[in-house]
Design a protein around this ligand. Structure first.
Ligand code: UDP
Length: 331
């Protein structure tokens, strides 16, 4: 299948693009390179530099390449930032997402996969979050994804655009060739590993007074290669009906447990300091991913947190300056 992958120069998008190519699909990566890295795009993918805000250029790329399916990864996706810069999410994410959905419908695309988020939920007392739980976005970032989920619902009903919404819990880890390289880095695992590498003095723990056993937030970390596997399965299953799936391991780890794991895996001392809570952070987000396991046979390979952290550590050691270490990787 010919698949257009937005954000295919980003963290999850580049791993998914590589996976789709391995599965025999033809991939067109469309990315503005504002945050993505040209060096992360698989060699076998066609690369198009385009901003989703530019509707004229976007329409042109659709008519030039005529994709049969679209996977939408490109987004501003920092929960904390969305609380201080809401328009970046409620404007950019929503407008660019709608531009893309519109271009897809207008050019006759019948399959669409949306990267969504667990930041749609604030369910502290709940063991694991099922797809049927009522979304209550916790930040403008979460809200932006919910708006696009609802848009897809209507495009399915009105235009027959089949969609899969994949709500990631916490994407983490690395493959041999691709890992996390954000500027600035704010995600817990890379931040902790940067401290292990001596690139940061300490890890700031955002809040030690949550209603959780050790007072720090609990998350469900899922390996980026397992997320990529879910995308390949989801696009293959879109012939008949649309669906929403949760992607997580169902394992709950607190911030302190992640830091302990990183100390064990790296053998390094990692200093920490508890600071006030970060706005927009729910106490606990853990996935019930029974639906995708049952319906599509999704089976995470790297469910163990040690494996996830080890893979990220291996990538960081080999790429201490991220993609700028890779030839041609400065963008
Ligand atoms: N976190 C933290 N210190 C950091 C980065 C993150 O304490 O330097 C916490 C954050 O408050 C959240 C968890 O780690 O509870 C996971 O945050 P991350 O930004 O990695 O992902 P999110 O859950 O926001 O998508």
């Amino acid at each position: 299948m010919k698949i257009l992958v937005t954000g295919g120069a980003g963290y999850v998008g580049s791993v998914a693009a590589a996976d789709l190519i391995k599965a025999g699909h033809e991939v067109i990566v469309l990315d503005s390179l504002v945050r993505g890295h040209r060096a992360s795009v698989p060699d076998a993918a066609m690369f198009v530099r385009c901003d989703l805000a530019n509707t004229t250029a976007l329409r042109m790329e659709f008519s030039r390449h005529k994709p049969q399916a679209v996977m939408h990864f490109a987004a501003n996706c920092l929960v904390g930032e969305s609380m201080s810069e809401p328009f970046k999410h409620l404007d950019d994410n929503v407008v660019c997402g709608i531009n893309l959905i519109r271009a897809s419908v207008e050019s006759g695309v019948r399959k669409f996969v949306l990267s969504s988020t667990a930041n749609l939920f604030d369910c502290p007392g709940v063991a694991t979050i099922v797809e049927g739980a009522e979304p209550r976005p916790v930040s403008p970032y979460g809200e932006s994804k919910l708006i696009l989920e609802r848009m897809l619902h209507w495009m399915d009903r009105i235009h027959g655009l089949r969609y899969a919404v994949l709500r990631y819990f916490n994407a983490a880890g690395a493959t041999r060739d691709r890992g996390e390289d954000h500027e600035p880095e704010t995600h817990l695992i890379p931040v902790v590993l940067q401290a292990a590498l001596g690139k940061r003095d300490r890890v700031l723990i955002y809040g030690g007074d949550y209603d959780t056993p050790d007072g720090t937030c609990i998350r469900d970390y899922v390996h980026v290669a397992d997320l990529a596997q879910a995308h390949s399965l989801a696009i293959g299953a879109l012939e008949t009906r649309s669906a929403t799936y949760h992607l997580g391991n169902g394992n709950d780890f607190s911030v302190k447990e992640v830091i302990e794991t990183a100390r064990r895996v790296t053998g390094k001392a990692i200093k920490t300091e508890i600071v006030p809570r970060r706005p927009g952070d729910p106490a606990k987000l853990v996935a019930d991913s029974t639906r995708i396991r049952r319906e599509l046979g999704w089976a995470p390979v790297f469910a163990d947190l040690d494996l996830i952290v080890r893979s990220a550590w291996n990538w960081m050691i080999e790429h201490p300056n991220g993609y700028s270490t890779v030839p041609g990787g400065h963008s």
